[in-house]
Design a protein around this ligand. Structure first.
Ligand code: ASP
Length: 319
């Protein structure tokens, strides 16, 4: 039996959004995705059920998803135009409004843990590139060779895009396809009633010029305060312009919307009409969850104080 708690501790995860496969197409990876999301939810649940805080629960879940080659985060990240893996991550503690984030890291095994270290062990919020990698090594986080992040699927995906671009060069200087998603995120409410949010991603396939998406930007792809915790996935440029995660929190705090109303309003009535596809997971202080998405599908999992884990693994196209 979980210990008695005044707050309905809850953890909600996402594993990216995207297109659904044509009806009837086999989806052999379904069991693997379900397993990975279940294990990640379980890892976060163990922290919450043991009285740990929401920041630790988010980190524990996301480390597992980063280590899984199935998701576009950590191991299994998409390749940039230069043929390297460059990862972004952020973590925010809603109880204190402290936050940490990294962008464009290449050598640290778990970018979400560097984000936490930036929050807890530096005076800053966002570190980028080689400096962020240097910080990670300096605080003793595990570094790995570039080969750790590489999967054959992602490498072939990148090569196929280079070949296609050689035949029909993109018309714009930076014409990365917007349909390649797969980020991971987590939001949690702990027994003390504290919320936290985290997001980790390899970003957009074929990104150039040090492109950074919404995931590591506090208020865009990641946000938590005393009202709600939000993590997004989708076309990052739109999530940045619409300050998606903070907008959801603001609608709840200033206009009294429910988490469901606020998340739906922003995803379906602000970002989608502007042309930005994607989704969010959002959680309030009472354990209410919302996971709207304007793409055809989104992977998510939720676990509550009773330990029951619910997953949604639809047959998405793994791009
Ligand atoms: N939002 C991420 C980005 O634009 C991509 C994703 O969610 O998969 O970097």
């Amino acid at each position: 039996m979980p210990p008695a708690s005044s707050f309905p501790y809850t953890l909600l995860l996402h594993g990216g959004s995207g297109r659904l496969q044509p009806a009837g197409t086999p989806f052999p990876q379904q069991a693997a995705y379900t397993h990975a999301l279940t294990e990640a939810a379980q890892a976060g649940y163990v922290v919450l059920a043991g009285g740990g805080n929401s920041v630790a629960a988010v980190e524990a879940s996301l480390r597992l998803l980063e280590d899984s080659p199935l998701f576009n985060a950590g191991r299994g990240s998409v390749f940039s135009h230069a043929g390297v893996n460059e990862m972004d991550a952020a973590l925010m503690d809603g109880a204190t409004l402290r936050a940490g984030a990294v962008a464009g890291v290449r050598t640290v095994r778990n970018p979400i843990s560097v984000a936490r270290a930036v929050m807890e062990r530096s005076a800053h919020v966002l570190l980028t590139g080689a400096g962020a990698d240097e910080f990670a090594a300096a605080v003793g986080l595990e570094t790995v060779p570039a080969a750790w992040f590489r999967t054959e699927e992602r490498w072939h995906q990148w090569q196929a895009l280079q070949q296609a671009n050689a035949l029909a060069p993109p018309t714009k200087p930076f014409d990365s396809p917007a349909s390649k998603y797969g980020t991971v995120g987590a939001v949690a409410l702990d027994q003390a009633g504290h919320l936290a949010a985290g997001t980790s991603t390899g970003g957009q396939l074929n990104k150039k010029y040090g492109r950074v998406g919404d995931s590591p930007l506090i208020g865009a792809g990641t946000y938590a305060n005393h009202v709600c915790a939000v993590s997004g996935t989708g076309h990052g440029e739109f999530f940045i312009r619409h300050a998606v995660a903070h907008d959801i929190a603001a609608l709840m705090e200033y206009r009294g919307l429910s988490v469901q109303q606020a998340a739906e309003l922003v995803v379906h009535h602000k970002v989608a009409p502007a042309g930005g596809k994607g989704g969010v997971i959002a959680l309030d202080l009472h354990g209410n969850v919302a996971m709207p998405y304007s793409t055809e599908g989104m992977f998510w999992a939720v676990v509550r104080a009773d330990g029951r884990i619910e997953t949604n693994v639809c047959p998405m196209v793994i791009e």
